[in-house]
Design a protein around this ligand. Structure first.
Ligand code: SAJ
Length: 407
């Protein structure tokens, strides 16, 4: 039996996927409310194909509990935030989970850490916890790092099809865990050592962050001299060895806006490009705010309460607001203008999360003259006509109405 610890964005789909592929799974989370919701037959976030997968896993007998199980394999997928001051990974949840596993697990068990961690975290924080509990790693307990790689918005598909990395101390244990993931994963599964697996995962997200920062910097250069950054990127990307990502209002989510900081925190004098890139991305919400003020001035608009922010989530077609650029813009306005007057709307966020939040597209559009498109949800892509007659600032390059403003 596999005990999956942490039933959030990664742990839950992973547990469901294994269960629906014939593996006996018990999911454990310390959040009683979350466990109760799952036991009541409901998922806790929206994701394409998740409800169907959940139904299948329930049929196959998956169980959810707050208790750690006595078994031979544990998969730890708990959050790894970063410390805002030191920029280093905060491994407290991983350490707490492994500690709890150590209290119940028998000798011979394997602990797989799926959470993203900076290179060296397992040596520095996880191995000591195991040894402090009297276990010898490699003899009594086996340790594996199998970082998740799935993208929110397409998690179920990517769980099935992405290649995976398994880092283990010994080839034999690496192969054993590879076989477990191969129960559902159709991608290639590479077995390597733990430090390499840690670094690879962080590097993948850092590559994307730096690429987006490059696109954001190009957007600023192009704005300065009135060039079309999107046309330029499109043409550059027709070169067989160029692949530039898209500029945007900032980088949110719990991965690309977080993981690269681990490298800056651990290697401050070496990770220069990464540091600058992260600062560029973090500066985009303020860049968008300045664009809004410029456009208001140009159009003679003075009333901020007639400005509307479309989108609260960190990207399109997900219901996740973590580190979202819109929230960063609202916070910045709160700080500088001591209040937030703008109207906000997101079809994926039903609960009231911010002031002046509206709950239908029509109500939102009636209340505003300037619409700032911050997230490219399908809803707005399918209703572009409704923006006719409004002043539109499109930060996602999804609107081609006449007179639309861009980054
Ligand atoms: N963004 C841009 N321009 C782009 C692409 C994205 O501004 O061209 C923004 C998005 O709007 C969003 C942010 O970047 O705010 C991050 O979104 P994302 O879709 O690039 O990535 P995440 O954070 O949702 O998921 C990433 C993925 N990593 C890579 O693609 C290398 C995913 O595969 C990882 O599993 C995930 O991080 C993770 O958990 O680490």
């Amino acid at each position: 039996m596999i005990n999956v610890i942490g039933l959030g964005y990664i742990g839950l789909p992973t547990a469901l996927m294994m269960a629906s592929h014939g593996v006996e799974v018990v999911g454990t989370d310390y959040n009683k409310e979350l466990v109760a919701t799952l036991n009541a037959g409901k998922t806790t976030f929206k994701e394409k194909g998740l409800d169907e997968l959940f139904a299948e896993a329930l049929k196959s007998g998956i169980k959810f509990t707050t208790e750690y199980q006595v078994t031979d394999t544990y998969i730890v997928s708990v959050p790894t935030p970063y410390d805002k001051f030191s920029k280093k990974v905060d491994a407290c949840y991983v350490v707490a989970a492994v500690k709890s596993v150590m209290e119940v697990c028998p000798k011979g068990a394997t602990v797989v850490v799926e959470s993203t961690v900076s290179p060296g975290t397992i040596d520095k924080y996880v191995r000591p916890v195991i040894e402090e509990n009297g276990f010898k790693i490699g003899e009594d307990i086996n340790l594996v790092h199998a970082p998740e790689r799935i993208i929110p918005g397409n998690m179920v598909y990517e769980l099935l099809h992405n290649n995976r990395t398994i880092g283990a101390d010994s080839k034999e244990i690496g192969e054993k865990i590879k076989n477990l993931y191969a129960s559902f994963c159709q991608g290639e599964i590479v077995v390597t050592d733990i430090r390499t697996a840690e670094m690879t995962k962080v590097v993948e997200n850092t590559f994307r962050a730096v690429n987006i920062a490059f696109a954001n910097e190009l957007a600023k250069i192009c704005r300065h001299d009135n060039m079309d950054v999107y046309e330029i990127i499109k043409i550059c990307n027709m070169h067989p060895r160029v692949n530039i990502l898209q500029p945007g209002p900032g980088v949110g989510g719990h991965c690309i806006s977080v993981d690269p900081w681990f490298l800056v925190g651990d290697y401050p004098s070496l990770a220069k490009v990464i540091d600058e890139s992260m600062k560029t991305n973090d500066g985009m919400p303020d860049f968008v705010l300045n664009r809004i003020y410029e456009i208001m001035k140009e159009k003679g608009l003075t009333d901020l309460s007639r400005v509307g922010f479309y989108g609260l989530t960190y990207k399109e077609n997900v219901d996740d607001m973590r580190e979202s650029p819109t929230l960063q813009m609202l916070e910045s306005m709160e700080r500088h203008l001591s209040g937030n007057l703008v109207k906000v709307y997101d079809p994926f966020i039903e609960k009231d999360e911010v002031p002046n939040q509206m709950h239908s597209l029509d109500e939102f559009l009636d209340a505003v003259d300037l619409v700032v498109l911050l997230v490219g949800h399908n809803e707005i892509r399918e209703n572009m006509d409704k923006l006719k007659g409004k002043v539109v600032l499109d930060t996602r390059h999804i609107c081609d109405l006449d007179g639309v403003y861009r980054l």
